[in-house]
Design a protein around this ligand. Structure first.
Ligand code: TXA
Ligand code: MG
Length: 330
């Protein structure tokens, strides 16, 4: 199959028709690119799992373009959903509700709950409003780093999908916050740009730790995620990063530092892939930087953000996974 990258504006009508006809379309969102199919079409959704190589026990998020669609997708919707939806949707949050019988079980991986998300990216919403609610995971090969540009998607899925809508670089850069509203206490299953601090005026959301959540609750959590193709470690601080870099050079490797520009004075002429300057830059750039690094180097050393709250905690969650938990400290 030929895979085309088309400007999101120019390709919109064709993409809406593809979705309505049970085909796959890759589309931009503010978090990462999604690989979408009609949420009501079992055969189409099956193709998503095949194209990604995704295990069938990992449920998909259903993307909407307006809040009226929720009544068709979920049942027993608690008041807190509407309160949070009015505040944070559209935006980088997914809320887990009880599933309506109208959604095929392939979408929810056999479970009775469904993740609902309304992207703020206008192309994503136009695609949905001109077709149907769209079930979509991130548009990477299973277990690889999530894509934040159309080219990233092409690099992973060329040949297995017909159309990638190109809407430029994703503004947030990491996947949405996943908030479970079906558990006894609202639980953050995946941290993201909507942080516990932002949610706290409305709910006391607890942040899951691996120990206190049953693995079946969010099957995605049991898989290795976001992993580059070459060994990747986090550095405890910038001095550790530099020592690790020099050690790896002595080992005959070609390492790279994935860090913000603020450390250039310390890192001197060592190779770096820049994450920009601010924490928001870091978040937006991290996945592209990891892809760039894995294509040009054989060992990746990533800057650790020290502050364990807000968006920093969310992006560190992804980096820890990319590094398989490895952190070097000298
Ligand atoms: O930002 C995002 O959420 C992106 C864009 C494309 O919208 N999507 C995304 O989808 O990251 P995916 O499939 O790569 O990750 C969805 C995560 C998985 O860890 C999955 O297990 C979890 O959300 N999830 C989905 N439905 C769930 C459900 N009903 N209950 C618990 N966890 C669920
Ligand atoms: Mg994913």
């Amino acid at each position: 199959m030929e895979t085309r990258i088309v400007d999101a504006k120019l390709g919109m009508r064709e993409a809406q028709e593809l979705i309505k006809n049970g085909k796959l379309v890759v589309f931009p969102t503010e978090t990462v690119y999604g690989l979408g199919a009609s949420a009501y079409n079992e055969d189409a959704v099956k193709q998503i799992f095949i194209a990604k190589g995704r295990p069938q026990d990992n449920p998909l998020i259903v993307h909407i373009s307006s809040l009226d669609q929720v009544n068709d997708l979920a049942i027993d919707i608690p008041d807190i959903f509407w309160e949070l939806a009015n505040k944070f949707m559209p935006g980088p949050i997914t809320m887990i509700l009880k599933k309506s019988p109208k959604i095929p079980y392939i979408v929810t991986a056999g479970g009775d709950t469904v993740g609902i998300r309304m992207p703020s990216n206008p192309y994503a919403r136009e695609l949905i409003s001109g077709s149907t609610p769209i079930a979509a995971p991130s548009a990477n090969k299973s277990k690889h780093v999530s894509p934040t540009t159309a080219q990233h998607v092409f690099d992973d899925l060329n040949g297995s999908i017909p159309l990638i809508l190109d809407g430029g670089s994703c503004k947030v850069g990491i996947e949405s916050t996943v908030l479970d509203l079906t558990s006894e206490v609202p639980t953050i299953l995946r941290p993201g740009a909507i942080t516990p601090e932002m949610l706290s005026p409305y709910i006391d959301a607890v942040y899951h730790t691996k120990q206190d959540i049953k693995i079946t609750k969010s099957p995605g959590m049991k898989y290795t995620h976001y992993a580059p193709k070459v060994p990747t470690v986090m550095a405890y601080d910038i001095n550790s990063a530099v020592i690790e870099y020099d050690n790896q050079v002595s080992n005959g490797r070609k390492p790279v530092l994935v860090i913000r520009d603020i450390y250039r004075d310390v890192t001197k002429d060592r190779d770096i892939v820049s994450l920009g300057v601010t924490v928001e830059d870091y978040t937006r750039n991290i996945y592209g930087a990891l892809r760039n690094a894995e294509n040009n180097y054989d060992y990746i050393i990533v800057e650790r953000l020290q502050n364990k709250s807000g968006i920093e905690r969310s992006v560190m969650n992804r980096v820890e996974k990319a590094c398989g938990g490895k952190c070097v400290k000298f």
